[in-house]
Design a protein around this ligand. Structure first.
Ligand code: PMV
Length: 324
């Protein structure tokens, strides 16, 4: 039986940066995100094959990439008792060439598709724990709307899962992804995190900020308090990046356009346009605003000399099965 699923990407409002267990992808601290409709992975999976095959955006995966995916599917095989191969086809509706992380939606979709194809019925919590093994941020894409990924305390990681704290319909926040580089190859997030953990004198100081920021972000989301969410999201982003910049050698994901757009968002806000920025392990700038400001800001950013492309996302659903 072939299973078809969709999963959306997500953007952290309180960042995840640092692992307490690199094999299980257990985070050093929790995080908070919004799941994004408009940055979607569609995946199909069927067991009963002589060997595993993975096709992503029409390209058959080989070598290390295929081995990593097979290792992930092994987790599903172990749990279901299956020993046969899987055929997986996956595609993103957003430009992967732009260097936008697709691991969150990709592993969330693969976790659900492979589990269902193997005949497993997992709870959302178990699915989040499974997706986390592929990529930490994928744990959050299992859930929809506004999401809290719990740090957890257990060494086996079963309590480190993400769950929705408010559905997508709770708050019509929009996210404009301002693309500032094409096909740029950044330092993978795992490498950036590890370097920060091992060498940055600011690493512990960063981790010490996260719990308070999570509390503030959850309160801001619950109250739909845009200004409070803006404050916490920007400080979480800047503190995370500051911890990386202080690593040896410094982890610096920003380009000149990234910095220009940080200033632009601040200018817009000072001019009465409520918006805030956040930045992940790459040079693109994600601008959040409320629905009524989104189209005007999109037009403005499309004309901006530092912006190569704009993707427009809204709060999205968690990973779910779809018809073929
Ligand atoms: O789980 P990964 O490897 O996609 O790492 C995500 C790291 C950041 O995007 C920078 C922060 C986050 O919380 O998503």
């Amino acid at each position: 039986m072939t299973i078809h699923v969709q999963a959306n990407s997500n953007i952290a409002l309180v960042k995840y940066w640092g692992k307490r267990d690199p094999v299980l992808n257990l985070p050093a601290a929790g995080s908070v995100s919004m799941t994004l409709a408009g940055l979607t992975t569609t995946t199909s999976a069927a067991f009963g094959q002589p060997a595993d095959t993975f096709e992503i955006n029409g390209q058959v995966q080989t070598g290390k990439a295929a081995a990593k995916l097979s290792k992930f599917v092994d987790l599903v095989r172990e749990r279901s008792g299956r020993t046969d191969g899987i055929a997986v086809k996956s595609s993103n509706d957003f430009p992967t060439a732009a260097g936008l992380a697709s691991s969150a939606s990709g592993f969330a979709a693969l976790a659900l598709a492979a589990a269902r194809a193997a005949g497993l019925t997992l709870s959302p919590q178990e699915l989040s724990v499974l997706a986390r093994r592929g990529s930490g941020s994928a744990a959050r894409s299992i859930a929809g709307g506004f999401v809290h990924w719990h740090r957890g305390a257990r060494a086996d990681g079963v309590d480190s899962y993400a769950e929705s704290v408010a559905p997508a319909s709770h708050w019509d926040l929009h996210c404009l992804v301002l693309v500032t580089a094409q096909g740029a190859k950044d330092l993978p997030s795992t490498d950036g995190m590890n370097l920060t953990m091992k060498t940055s004198p600011f690493y512990q100081a960063w981790i010490d900020t996260v719990e308070t920021d999570i509390g503030d972000a959850l309160q801001a989301i619950s109250a739909r308090d845009f200004q409070q969410l803006a404050d916490v999201a920007e400080r979480s982003c800047l503190t995370m990046h500051a911890s990386g910049m202080a690593a040896r050698p410094g982890v610096l994901y920003w380009n000149a356009r990234t910095v220009e757009l940080i200033h632009e968002v601040r200018r817009l806000r000072a001019g009465g346009s409520p918006c805030f920025f956040t930045i992940d392990a790459g040079p693109h700038v994600k601008v959040f605003c409320e629905a009524n400001a989104a189209d005007g800001l999109e037009t403005l950013f499309r004309r901006h000399e530092s912006v190569l492309d704009v993707l427009h996302a809204t709060p999205g659903e968690g990973a779910h099965e779809v018809q073929a």
